[in-house]
Design a binder for this molecule. Structure first.
Ligand code: AVJ
Length: 326
């Protein structure tokens, strides 16, 4: 009898394949690097939830301040022309921030569908449970996968005006060039009049930024090291996390906040049949969390074919949700 693979397991297999090739390519590169989008397995999701509660990690509080206290301003920017629309949220997570906006829109009887996109199916089911209880009349179409694949799917389904949300400072996980490319790609998938609302973490006192990513409790360190554990489990590898140390930097000139894992000894790591050699003190580039000035943001909007319509900041002026239109 032939073994029938279900559609889901085919998707799962191809996800494991690209995880494997991204990890191997990254670790055979010089300098070695891993992609921070892979931080978010079940344990990684939980660690990021913990990070958001670290007092020094101000990003979530700032953007929550915006969504809680300037909800109407955001809603007005979105519903300016009264026509029905679809909200597509990239990296929706548990929709902690956007749920304030969704509630406001439902109360004002706006005609819209909410399409959350996330790479973590696990967090999407948390989101659906939460929104089904909090906002039972909300129309939800959730999409699990990579941003662009799912954005294609979403823009294929949606026949109405589109409002794309990209919150949390997630754009900071790309280097500047990648971010420009990303915004141009989003623009290509949108039509005249559609909106793109992006959250940017602003440049500020370098101590404030570094402290947000260098917590004393070691949660950010665990968040980085967890990717090695995930590689062990999913790709038959034998990383000993004790042999690696988290190192965080912030450069106020470029605005790049970066995390690394340093190999504390010369060592050999096996990933299935592959062998990766580490020198003592050799590092793996793990994550970039780019910070922006207001003019960086205007340039990015203009370079990718958008007009900057509106900028909504938190009370400390540390974070901005920028509203762009095609
Ligand atoms: C989820 C990308 C916004 O870069 O600030 C938090 C992830 N990394 N602490 C960020 C993260 C370390 C976070 N983003």
């Amino acid at each position: 009898m032939k073994l029938q693979l279900g559609k889901d397991s085919q998707i799962e297999n191809s996800q494991v394949d690209s995880f494997r090739s991204d990890v191997l390519d990254g670790l055979k590169n010089s300098p070695k690097r891993l992609l921070s989008k892979y931080f978010y397995d079940k344990i990684g999701d939980r660690l990021f939830q913990k990070i958001m509660k670290i007092p020094e990690y101000y990003l979530t509080d700032c953007e929550l301040d915006i969504f809680k206290n300037k909800t109407q301003e955001i809603a007005d920017a979105i519903t300016f022309d009264q026509s029905p629309f679809d909200i597509i949220e990239l990296g929706a997570g548990d929709a902690m921030k956007s749920s304030y906006l969704l509630k406001n829109l439902i109360e004002s009887k706006a005609d819209f569908t909410y399409m959350p996109i996330d790479i973590s199916g696990n967090i999407l089911s948390v989101l659906k449970d939460k929104l089904n209880t909090e906002l039972p009349t909300l129309d939800i179409v959730s999409l699990e996968g990579e941003y662009f694949d799912m954005l294609d799917k979403a823009t294929g389904i949606s026949k109405r005006r589109k409002v794309v949300l990209f919150l949390g400072g997630n754009i900071g996980n790309m280097d500047i060039e990648e971010a420009h490319h990303f915004c141009r790609e989003v623009k290509r998938k949108l039509n005249l009049g559609d909106l793109f609302l992006i959250g940017f973490d602003l440049k500020k006192n370098p101590h404030t930024i570094l402290n947000a990513y260098n917590d004393e409790t070691g949660i950010t360190s665990a968040f980085n090291l967890n990717l090695l554990t995930r590689i062990n489990r999913e790709l038959k590898a034998d990383f000993n996390v004790e042999n690696f140390q988290h190192y965080q930097t912030y450069d106020p000139i470029s605005g790049s906040c970066r995390s690394f894992l340093i190999s504390l000894i010369k060592q050999e790591v096996h990933i299935d049949h592959d062998i990766i050699n580490f020198e003592e003190n050799e590092f793996i580039e793990m994550e970039i969390s780019q910070k922006f000035s207001k003019s960086d943001i205007t340039n990015m909007a203009n370079n990718s074919g958008f007009h900057l319509l509106n900028e909504i900041s938190d009370s400390k002026n540390w974070f901005v949700d920028s509203v762009w239109q095609v």
